[in-house]
Design a protein around this ligand. Structure first.
Ligand code: HEM
Length: 401
């Protein structure tokens, strides 16, 4: 198992050696045996926590860390902090009953969007408690904000899980987002900290960016919440696993890229392609032309890919999965802690499953050439990509579940 790593030791209970392990570039660090061969029933039983490879010199420290693990009351899992044990049954429940058995489908996409719409309700001057679950606790107020159009669906899908399990709405939203993203191949393994108190007040309106906002306004709003322009671009990797129901209501489930169930860089490639047509009626507020049949493009993504403040960051992700993953992971951690006191929270990241890794790199959709790329970054050329063979790519809607 460690043939190529003679100076490394595995600091983990050997019972856990079948876990999938990835580093932040999405590369598997160990070949895992098929889960089926293990005959394990639940997601959390298949995935019992992280394993790690540490330099031989760190053996003692690793062993010390090992002895600190506590056995969870379920008799199955262990955790570095007992508070994390309560998350394993929630993990199993949402994988089976919210995410349709561990898919990267509509509920995952909506749950990821919800992490943003709850957390970005935070401003040092205007108020809002950030990632506090106020979008659920005060749903009668927040879900009617214009920018939250359609978010009531996932709020009401998540509410019974929040009520059933002893967890705050703020914790649940970020936990569901991190678990959901783990179902999308190519995603980084997101962090999760537990300990958000129940929200005391709703977020004020007008803190969630709209697709028809100017880039100056979007960057100002995100900057007010603490995000740099590069971090805004990193967060938009989320649109790699996304579709729109309400931008053009005549075509619900229209994806933002050609691979809406894979967390790849195609979104950054395809938004840089020249727009040629609308997938539906056209003329909708916040929508611009897209390059592929069945694909939708929102104006804010289009402009962020071309604006001099963000276009080089955008391009930097187009064929760099590892860079996109680590930037997204860092920005999502920041998002998930907005308005919260990290010092009072417990790091339960070990409960989040490791996503499957991707083999293939970015490509141009079939029927496109490099000349269809609208070069925007002034300091370096867009990466040269090969087009997929076959007839021009058209994108199927994300099915409702
Ligand atoms: C500049 C900021 C952003 C704008 C203007 C924006 C706008 C939008 C719009 C208009 C939709 C389509 C909603 C619908 O019609 O159903 C959407 C979907 C989505 N957004 Fe964003 N977004 C932004 C940032 C983010 C961020 C930071 C995240 C997550 C970290 C995110 C995650 C998603 C996801 C996952 C979806 C797909 C939801 C689904 O498929 O049901 N967005 N976004």
């Amino acid at each position: 198992m460690f043939a190529n790593t003679p100076f490394y030791v595995r600091a983990q209970d050997p019972k856990q050696r079948f876990d999938i392990n990835q580093d932040d570039s999405g590369q598997s660090t160990e070949t895992s045996e098929p889960f089926a061969a293990l005959g394990l029933a639940t997601f959390s039983q298949r995935y019992k926590g992280p394993t790690s490879v540490v330099p031989g010199g760190a053996l003692q420290a690793a062993q010390a860390a090992l002895t600190k693990r506590v056995a969870c009351p379920d008799g199955v899992h262990t955790a570095t902090n007992a508070a994390c044990c309560a998350l394993f049954p929630i993990l199993d429940d949402i994988q089976e009953n919210l995410f349709d058995g561990g898919e990267c489908g509509e509920e995952v996409h909506e749950s990821l969007r919800l992490t943003f719409h709850d957390a970005i309700g935070f401003s040092p001057t205007k108020g809002g408690g950030g990632a506090d679950g106020s979008i659920v606790t005060f749903s009668d107020i927040e879900t009617v904000f214009h920018a939250n159009n359609g978010i009531d669906d996932i709020v009401e899908r998540q509410r019974p899980f929040i009520e059933k399990h002893n967890i705050s709405a703020g914790d649940f939203i970020q936990f569901a987002g991190a678990v959901g993203v783990s179902n999308c191949a190519g995603a980084p393994r997101l962090n999760f900290f537990v300990g958000r108190p129940t929200a005391k007040a709703p977020s004020p309106d007008l803190l969630v960016p709209e697709p028809f906002d100017t880039i100056t306004d979007i960057l100002a709003r995100m900057g007010d919440a603490g995000f740099s322009p590069a971090e805004v671009v990193a967060l938009l990797a989320s649109h790699s696993v996304a579709a729109a129901d309400h931008v053009d209501p005549s075509i619900p489930g229209t994806p933002f890229d050609s691979t809406p169930s894979i967390f790849d860089t195609q979104f950054f490639v395809e938004v840089q392609l020249r727009g040629t047509s609308f997938p539906g009626t056209g003329g909708n507020q916040g929508e611009v032309q897209s390059p592929l049949a069945g694909e939708i493009r929102i104006q804010s993504d289009h402009l962020l890919a071309r604006d001099s403040r963000t276009n080089c960051a955008w391009q930097s992700f187009a064929n760099n999965q590892a860079a996109m993953q680590s930037a997204f992971k860092a920005a999502m951690l920041k998002l998930s802690l907005l308005g919260q006191d990290k010092a009072k929270m417990i790091d339960c990241s070990e409960v989040i499953p490791a996503p499957a890794s991707l083999k293939a790199g970015a490509h141009l959709p079939a029927g496109k050439t490099q000349s269809d790329i609208e070069q925007a970054c002034a300091t370096s050329p867009f990466p040269v990509l090969t087009a997929e063979p076959g007839p021009a790519t058209s994108v199927a809607p994300v099915p409702p579940s």
